[in-house]
Write a protein that binds this ligand. Structure first.
Ligand code: ADP
Length: 620
């Protein structure tokens, strides 16, 4: 199969998929479109048909009553159809909107389901961007529906026009043929209609070929557009993100930002102008063929009227029906081209939906243990991030015993965060195994396993939701417990000043009355979120980095109480905070090079004491 054929085949496949998805998401929508558009197509023909009757009536000097009856029927039917269409188009708008919402939801659900390492990949994010553009902007599922509706409407128009044009084939029975011009005799033969069919065929052929070229140009332009759109949404995200706004202002990046957007805009404009210029040149040809076709066909019908082979009213009806027929046949190819183009973008949506998680997901439930008797063991674990050569963890063998307080220390890039991410099963070990109570963690049901951990990562995120929902990570929650956790995390004083308490919206993305909080306050809320989860393992990666010394001291004072009966792991750069831990793991270049209590490690005189002394000298 060559490239062109395979493009066609994949466009057809996507169209079939979109149609069946549309049917699944909004059952009956396609039938609904069919009815609405068949009705819409009928409307002009009511006017065409009745105007011809009225005109003939006037020329025949029919009675006022009979002419007036036709006028009333025409206005009545037309108004009725306008009313019905107005109502149905409203419903159509709602259904199209609902369809977009449902498809957007599929995209969101899929994104939520992804394994972390898949979501983190550049290719996944790129496909997501294209998929989002595919259903909302560039391709747009709604415009796909409009083009589908356009095809239905035009096909129906073709049927109606042909039905009205059929009598034009039928020769008039002439009582007297002597003395008639040979042109009149020829026009009265049924095969003379081939003149109309011939000019129509020429025009349709020319329009189709031009349309194909024009759409190719358009497609090339839109394909380049995908990357421009990506740039634009990236820059606009930056410009309209008010928390980034302070950097832009402080580093005086306004000019740089505007220049970057301008550059992209200029490039896009240049491409756009080049495309339009080429398009104008080729679209001139169908104008010529249309003028030629109109001249011939109008002359044909006009002459038939002049020779009294048809009435004036019928002449009007045939000309109007023929015009509609031509418009529909040429217009329909445009709808097909648009659908083909949109299917290229909608294909990205399917590419995204078809990305599969690779993680082995077990089914064993974790034991529900009130005594929190969970023990973790890293058995010869090594790990390398995708697309990297260097191992972030190498041959890690470590048991984390029940109820122990552990600290993880080491220089930047030593592998501390990777160790935690593997423990939380965000990634799978490249080599070796991690065991929970003696069973490989991959065999546990992931959701159950994830419930065992309450984690604050360095780049913790709070959401622009009410405070209570942030703490509880849910809409329905125990308010008393949420307040208690906030107090334990040192947020009591600030909480008392919040008029709406737990219902205070954070940040101003969702609610304009949202509250701005400082980095330290955000960290306290993140700690409260960890406490609220009440999981057997509490993991905190740099939990106090944004806190002032007093708050930090207070938090460490109450940590013992917070994590009572649980197993805790802290990653911290502040060596002093490790002192209260039973076991300190010292990481270096992906390996655990030392471990033990503070006193033991200090007496070893190894890396730990080096790090400790390096920090202590500033305090001294
Ligand atoms: P630490 O937490 O001790 O500062 P990390 O565990 O974050 O160190 O990183 C260990 C190593 O893995 C570093 O060399 C780092 O550059 C690399 N690394 C971390 N995250 C990624 C990632 N997502 N992709 C590729 N390499 C990574």
């Amino acid at each position: 199969m060559n490239n062109k054929q395979s493009n066609k085949e994949s466009a057809r496949r996507t169209v079939r998929k979109v149609l069946s998805l549309t049917h699944k998401l909004i059952p009956g929508y396609i039938t609904f479109l069919l009815i609405v558009k068949m009705m819409a197509a009928a409307q002009p023909f009511i006017q065409i048909y009745f105007s011809s009757l009225i005109l003939d009536g006037l020329l025949r000097l029919d009675s006022f009553d009979s002419i007036f009856r036709n006028v009333l029927i025409m206005i009545g039917l037309d108004s009725l159809l306008v009313l019905i269409r107005w109502r149905l188009e409203g419903i159509n708008w709602v259904k199209k909107h609902e369809l977009t919402q449902k498809i957007n939801k599929m995209l969101t659900d899929k994104t939520m389901e992804f394994d972390f390492d898949i979501l983190e990949k550049h290719e996944t994010l790129d496909t997501l961007k294209k998929a989002k553009d595919g259903i909302t902007t560039t391709g747009d599922i709604r415009s796909f529906c409009d083009n589908l509706a356009g095809i239905i409407e035009k096909l129906t128009t073709i049927v109606y026009s042909v039905v009205l044009l059929i009598p034009l084939f039928i020769p008039k029975v002439l009582e007297e043929t002597a003395g008639l011009s040979s042109l009149c005799v020829f026009l009265n033969q049924w095969y003379s209609i081939f003149i109309m069919i011939l000019v129509l065929a020429i025009h349709v052929f020319v329009s189709y070929e031009t349309n194909k070229k024009s759409s190719l140009l358009q497609m090339q332009f839109f394909e380049k557009n995908v990357s421009y759109n990506r740039y634009f949404s990236y820059w606009f995200d930056l410009i309209f993100n008010y928390s980034i706004g302070k950097y832009i202002r402080l580093y005086k990046m306004q000019k740089l930002m505007i220049k970057k957007v301008q550059e992209t805009n200029d490039n896009l404009e240049k491409e756009g102008v080049a495309w339009i210029n080429k398009d104008i040149k080729i679209s001139f040809i169908p104008f010529l063929s249309q003028a030629f076709m109109q001249f011939v066909s109008y002359s044909y019908v006009g002459l038939k009227a002049v020779f009294s082979l048809i009435s004036a009213g019928k002449c009007l009806m045939y000309v109007s029906s023929y015009t509609r027929l031509v418009e529909s046949i040429t217009g329909i190819s445009n709808n097909f081209v648009q659908i083909k183009m949109e299917s290229r973008y909608l294909a990205f949506f399917y590419d995204y939906m078809e990305i599969k998680n690779k993680r082995y997901d077990g089914t064993i439930p974790t034991e529900k243990r009130d005594d929190n008797k969970f023990e973790i063991e890293f058995r010869n674990v090594s790990f390398r991030y995708a697309n990297t050569e260097k191992y972030a963890l190498r041959h890690v063998n470590q048991k984390i015993t029940l109820g122990s307080k552990n600290a993880v220390v080491g220089k930047n890039g030593a592998g501390k965060t990777t160790f935690i991410k593997l423990l939380c099963r965000l990634y799978e070990p490249t080599e070796g195994q991690i065991l929970l109570n003696g069973v490989d963690i991959r065999y546990y049901d992931y959701e159950e396993y994830a419930k065992l951990f309450a984690v604050v990562f360095q780049d913790f995120n709070l959401f622009s939701f009410p405070l209570g929902e942030n703490v509880a990570s849910g809409i329905e929650y125990n308010r008393e417990r949420a307040i208690k956790c906030l107090e334990q995390a040192g947020f009591k004083e600030r909480f008392e000043k919040l008029e709406k308490g737990l219902d205070t919206p954070l940040y101003q993305y969702e609610d304009e009355n949202g509250v701005e909080i400082s980095g330290g306050e955000a960290q306290k809320i993140a700690i409260a979120r960890t406490l609220y989860k009440d999981a057997p393992f509490v993991i905190m990666d740099e939990p106090t980095s944004a806190l002032d010394p007093v708050a930090e001291y207070e938090i460490y004072q109450s940590f013992d109480k917070m994590v009572e009966g649980k197993t805790s792991i802290y990653i911290s750069h502040r060596m002093s905070s490790c002192r209260f831990c039973d076991n300190i793991l010292v990481f270096d270049e992906g390996q655990i090079v030392e471990q033990g209590s503070h006193d033991k490690l200090m007496s070893n005189g190894g890396l730990y004491s080096e790090l400790w002394n390096a920090q202590a000298q500033y305090y001294a």
